[in-house]
Write a protein that binds this ligand. Structure first.
Ligand code: 13P
Ligand code: SF4
Length: 365
């Protein structure tokens, strides 16, 4: 059999969208059932339309663990999502991220050495293995999920954070939550934990910048991480919409700040936001606080509703945006020629421990 050389990326960048779209369609048809394309809701429209299945982080993680027939999973999303798909899929399946530069700046705010240092520092105040559950938001690197697997902890997503936090408190009295302080704080508050019992752990400072008394008092230690997209939404944006558009309902992602979430009518993951808005009666008015691609898509899909983007400026996830038609075309045409490019492979030991943490989560919700 003749082996064709790999398809280079460069010339594809110069092609117009209609040519790329036709080539992607052709490659996808040739690959058939062997290739499954998963798409996160923040993907740009021209890529999203090629997804066989779409979802929020939790749904996509489940899909990756269930679709064992596909030899290739092309993940149109960001790096941590592709890592989860690799961990939960079978060893025979290859997970591909069309552009390796599609990371998540929030996930980069916690790294294993800093979390291990925090664990060591906390151990000088209390018996961590008995008293603290490490809980990582799914927006984190695989080695942090492995850390949670090894230390009796688990993973949560924006759609199951309340249930998972309850799970954690049923086991140990405190939680170390990383990397998103806002999801941790918003979820803790919804479970009735006073703000005074949630302390911010600043990884650059000795003991996270906390006193012994603050550490003893805290029920949740919140890592000082955040999403640069969702922290752009401000309480003033909500006030302004409520003044200008009577009857408007505000729905935001729980990565938004506490002040924004307090003023919103609803919080939800990307899937939950879509479900709630789709289920609303015609004529409903919404201001939505999450990434722009999702909001624009809902606007087009539901013309009988009045849908607004909550922020007056553009809040776009620049790394999600890196997955474009040239990269999708490049990975698919290489698969057609039996070349697997941009495979995401989590090292075996790390994957096994991370899987423990992820399965704990999937067994709860
Ligand atoms: P969802 O799990 O709600 O899709 O969120 C993922 C994410 O990265 C939001 O910024
Ligand atoms: Fe990460 Fe924020 Fe982008 Fe979500 S929107 S992938 S949290 S940077």
């Amino acid at each position: 059999m003749t082996v064709l050389p790999p398809v280079p990326l460069e010339p594809l960048n110069l092609l117009p969208d209609d040519i790329l779209t036709a080539r992607i369609q052709a490659a996808k048809s040739r690959l058939g059932e062997r290739c499954l394309i998963l798409g996160h809701h923040y993907q740009r429209e021209e890529v999203y339309r090629f997804a066989d299945l779409t979802g929020d982080s939790l749904k996509l993680a489940r899909l990756a663990s269930q679709r064992t027939a596909a030899r290739f999973i092309v993940f149109c999303g960001v790096h941590f999502m592709a890592e989860v798909a690799d961990i939960l899929s079978t060893p025979e399946q290859a997970v591909i991220l069309p552009d390796w530069a599609a990371g998540c700046s929030m996930a980069d705010m916690a790294d294993l050495p800093s979390v291990e240092r925090a664990w060591r520092e906390l151990s000088t105040f209390l018996d961590c293995e008995q008293k603290i559950t490490p809980l990582t938001y799914v927006n984190s690197t695989a080695d942090l999920k492995a850390f949670c697997g090894e230390h009796g902890g688990t993973v949560c997503t924006s759609s199951n954070a309340e249930k998972i936090l309850q799970w954690a408190f049923a086991r140990r009295e405190k939680v170390l939550f990383f990397p998103d302080q806002h999801l941790g704080r918003n979820t803790g508050h919804r479970l009735g934990i006073p703000l005074a019992e949630m302390a911010l752990w600043q990884p650059g400072l000795p003991n996270g910048g906390l006193t012994a008394e603050q550490i003893q008092r805290a029920r949740i230690l919140l890592w000082d991480g955040f999403c640069s997209v969702h922290t752009m939404f401000q309480p003033a944006h909500i006030t302004s919409f409520r003044q200008r558009v009577p009857g408007i309902q505000v729905i935001v992602h729980p990565e938004c700040t506490f002040e924004v979430c307090q003023q919103a009518d609803y919080l939800g993951s990307t899937e939950q936001i879509q479900d709630r808005v789709r289920a609303a009666p015609s004529g409903s008015k919404w201001a939505i606080g999450t990434e722009l691609n999702l909001v624009n898509r809902l606007k087009k899909e539901l013309p009988d509703q009045e849908i607004h983007f909550l922020c007056p400026t553009i809040c776009l996830c620049a790394t999600m945006f890196r997955i474009d038609l040239p990269h999708l075309c490049w990975v698919l045409e290489n698969l057609v020629q039996d070349h697997v490019v941009n495979r995401i492979q989590v090292p075996a030991r790390e994957a096994a421990l991370a899987r423990v943490a992820l399965e704990r989560m999937l067994n709860v919700v």
